[in-house]
Ligand binder design. Structure first.
Ligand code: GLV
Ligand code: GLV
Length: 322
């Protein structure tokens, strides 16, 4: 018998075909995420799990799966939805989708930064609703990148690509904060490594691209926002959990910082009544960092290939080793 695989979401045919060749595949039929009870029931006795960042992979799920489960592959680069220790303890392999979404995510970060600093959504709203009375010299103005200092928090693959793209806009300086040095990458890009506090205080634009870990959880708290310039633009395309969101709301309300652009928040989806939606100086996107059509197709294909590789005792293409 072919090994059995559960897929927690509707995926593209190309990825499904890869799975179907070697596996007995069942797919959650619903349009949205699989409900938790449905997932717990369907994971029973499966050999592989194809999941998303919306599926929490914890000991409860692993207990329900049983001893057959050999591979958990997530169609995402982030893996904070994995209880890594519990998965490793059971000898289950893990896969994710680094690299192939780097360009798409960096592109989105730049788009979000410009949308925030140049007030694109607010301006569009004004234009549509009669707020545009005449071209006006100081109306809808925001800070420019030329001559600015850009701060990148998390100088991994995505952070570096954001820095490269922003460099084209002519900032005076790019600084970064990262756990490891990244000397060669930084030299190539022309970025300076600084402490977190220095980055906060010198940057006009702060773009976050680190992963969510116990170390980075809520690193952007009230104290951090207070260290930023009053003119600072804060951009987050990593995980909502790196921000103390209530502190961010206060910082945006009282002018501690100038504005924010968020592709990620807590919780997701953010309820439409949330105070962040009431702020004109906050641009909110529904976690679309990697949402390029080609990228999402490739992510699903890579996830499928990782599962097939694990279940046919081949090396994984992108094994998550942590
Ligand atoms: C998206 O947030 C991802 O982790 O791929
Ligand atoms: C703007 O359109 C200008 O001509 O300055």
């Amino acid at each position: 018998a072919k090994p059995s695989v559960y897929v927690t979401r509707q995926i593209n045919k190309e990825a499904l075909d890869i799975l179907n060749q070697k596996c007995d595949v069942s797919v959650w039929a619903g349009p949205g995420p699989v409900p938790r009870d449905e997932l717990l029931r369907n994971i029973k006795d499966k050999s592989g799990l194809f999941c998303m960042l919306t599926d929490k992979i914890d000991s409860e799920l692993l207990d329900n799966a049983g001893k057959n489960l050999k591979i958990i592959a997530t169609m995402s680069v982030g893996y904070d939805h994995f209880d890594v220790n519990e998965i490793k303890k059971r000898g289950i392999r893990m896969a994710y989708t680094p690299d192939i979404l780097t360009d798409a995510t960096a592109e989105l970060a730049v788009a979000l930064l410009l949308a925030t600093s140049r007030r694109l959504l607010e301006a569009n709203e004004e234009a549509r609703t009669g707020g545009w009375k005449a071209w006006s010299p100081f109306w809808m103005c925001g800070p420019g990148l030329k001559g600015s200092t850009v701060g990148i928090v998390g100088f991994g693959r995505i952070g570096q690509e954001i820095a490269k793209r922003l460099k084209a806009f002519g900032p005076a300086r790019i600084v970064y904060f990262n756990r490891s040095e990244k000397i060669n990458e930084a030299r190539e890009i022309g970025a300076d490594r600084v402490s977190f506090d220095e980055l906060l205080s010198v940057s006009d634009f702060i773009s976050v691209s680190c992963s969510l870990t116990p170390d980075t959880k809520e690193m952007f708290n009230e104290a951090a926002f207070k260290k930023m310039k009053k003119t600072a633009v804060f951009i987050n395309t990593s995980r909502g959990g790196v921000v103390d969101q209530d502190a961010l709301v206060r910082a945006l309300e009282d002018g501690t910082i100038w504005g924010a652009g968020l592709d990620v928040m807590t919780p997701e989806p953010l309820q439409v009544e949330h105070p962040l939606f009431k702020l004109r100086n906050c641009v909110i996107l529904p976690h679309i960092g990697s949402a390029c059509s080609e990228t999402r197709n490739d992510m699903a294909i890579l996830t499928a290939k990782n599962i097939v590789a694990a279940l046919t005792n081949q090396p994984l293409l992108t094994e998550l080793k942590v």
